[in-house]
Design a protein around this ligand. Structure first.
Ligand code: NZQ
Ligand code: ZN
Length: 386
């Protein structure tokens, strides 16, 4: 494995009743004036908004709010929230929602402590030196944003969607009660499942050696996702299945299973280019692109594809070449996504050839993408065209 340093300071609360028991104590560690950050209002439809506001107010906390964070959160919205925080002098941000709300909150937290434009952190012009403390209450299992320091923001003026991370943008605390995900639509549930599965794949396709335990942990997460997917889709109120899926999402991208592993991440880079222009759901884009990426790079290391096929999908290798088994593994991933009715071509989002070269060019703006196989502009264009 590669030399690594691991540090994750987020206090994680899983399960029913944790919000009631611990939220107020956590919040009060950081102050008494909170900005509640949320999205389009789904949190009001199942009682979570009222529960949090009542709880905080009963504990003497002043609650301000900022709503309207979009899926694929926008820089212009983040700017407005930063202004509000600076004007009101809030002590703490509380993000309540899915990955978009959490990511926007990370940008707001870093932006409040910076005199320039927070976008500088995403273009790599500057690094955050500080951030306002923030906590999260997760309502959608997908990104892992509840326990990592990353966030992705879309700039509509420049048509760019870029991620950033910093030691300053870990949540101080995160509450993950699977009951708060019961109302997530089937479509969003599928996108979340594809996203967390993809996070594991991005780490799994690696040439780093001596990562035996990491590989086994990744395979466990993938198998658990596959086993649980039909359960959450058939019965959205199955607490156990929703909780297991939520935990898979957290573990897929909190750094635990991929210590010392150099992952690939080309598919995420390509997907962000598509979302930047077409504003499609992240998981939908990944479901389309990942199998095509696999077909394109399989020659760069068939053995790992063989390992995925046999260990994760239990494909019988008897009498088959490594290449055949590897190909069957790729088909199994496609089949898994298809079994949930995830999208399979960019045409599903009415995306034609028009912008493919522009997306490919932007994907490689700072050099080739990916590590399993380095992809140049022509490679990215070929994958997107496929
Ligand atoms: O806005 P509201 O009303 O809350 O509705 C949301 C939104 O419309 C809805 N939703 C969330 N919880 C719900 C619910 N609806 C009903 N009941 C609930 N309990 O779901 C819709 C999608 O929400 P969103 O937050 O956009 O989804 P997700 O969690 O998949 O986040 C996607 C964003 O995260 C970024 C993606 O690029 C995308 O911008 N990512 C963040 C990462 C990270 N921070 O580590 C890594 C990922 O690879 C990803 O790039
Ligand atoms: Zn993702």
């Amino acid at each position: 494995m590669n030399p690594f340093a691991f540090w994750n300071p987020t206090a994680l609360y899983y399960g029913a009743g944790q919000i009631e028991q611990h939220l107020l104590t956590e919040v009060k560690k950081y102050g008494s004036k909170v900005l509640l950050v949320y999205g389009g209002g789904s949190i009001k439809t199942f009682g979570l908004y009222d529960k949090i506001v009542d709880l905080l107010k009963s504990g003497g906390v002043t609650v301000l709010e900022f709503s309207g964070i979009e899926p694929n959160p926008r820089l212009s919205t983040v700017h407005k929230a930063i202004e509000l925080c600076k004007k009101e002098g809030v002590d703490l941000l509380l993000a309540v929602g899915g990955g978009s709300v959490l990511d926007a909150t990370k940008a707001i937290a870093a932006g409040v402590k910076y005199d320039g434009d927070v976008w500088d952190f995403y273009t790599r012009k500057e690094r955050p030196q500080d951030a306002l403390p923030f906590g999260t209450i997760l309502t959608l299992a997908a990104t892992g944003s509840e326990m990592n320091s990353g966030g992705v923001i879309s700039n509509w003026e420049t048509q760019e969607k870029i991620g950033s991370s910093s030691p300053h943008t870990f949540p101080k605390f995160s509450f993950c009660d699977a009951e708060n995900t019961f109302t997530v639509s089937k479509k969003q549930t599928v996108y979340g499942i594809v996203d967390m599965f993809s996070h594991v794949l991005e780490a799994y396709f690696s040439h780093t050696t001596n990562t035996f335990l990491q590989e086994r942990m990744m395979e466990s997460v993938m198998q658990t996702i596959i086993e649980n997917a039909p359960k959450v889709l058939d019965n959205p109120h199955d607490f156990a299945a929703r909780e297991t899926m939520m935990y898979c999402g957290t573990m897929a991208l909190n750094g635990m299973i991929s210590m010392g592993v150099q992952g690939d991440w080309a598919t995420h880079a390509m997907e962000h280019e598509v979302s930047a222009i077409y504003d499609i759901p992240h998981g939908g884009g990944l479901a389309i692109i990942f199998p095509h990426w696999m077909n394109y790079v399989v020659d760069a290391g068939e053995e790992r594809f063989y390992q995925m096929a046999t260990r994760v999908f239990h494909i019988d290798p008897t009498g088959k070449t490594t290449k055949q088994v590897a190909q069957e593994g790729i088909q199994a991933v496609r089949h898994f996504f298809d079994s949930m009715d995830a999208p399979s071509t960019l045409g599903d989002y009415d995306i034609g050839d028009k912008d493919l070269d522009r997306m490919a060019e932007h994907a490689v703006r700072v050099g080739p993408v990916g590590n399993y196989k380095k992809l140049a502009k022509e490679d990215v264009a070929a994958i997107l065209r496929a």
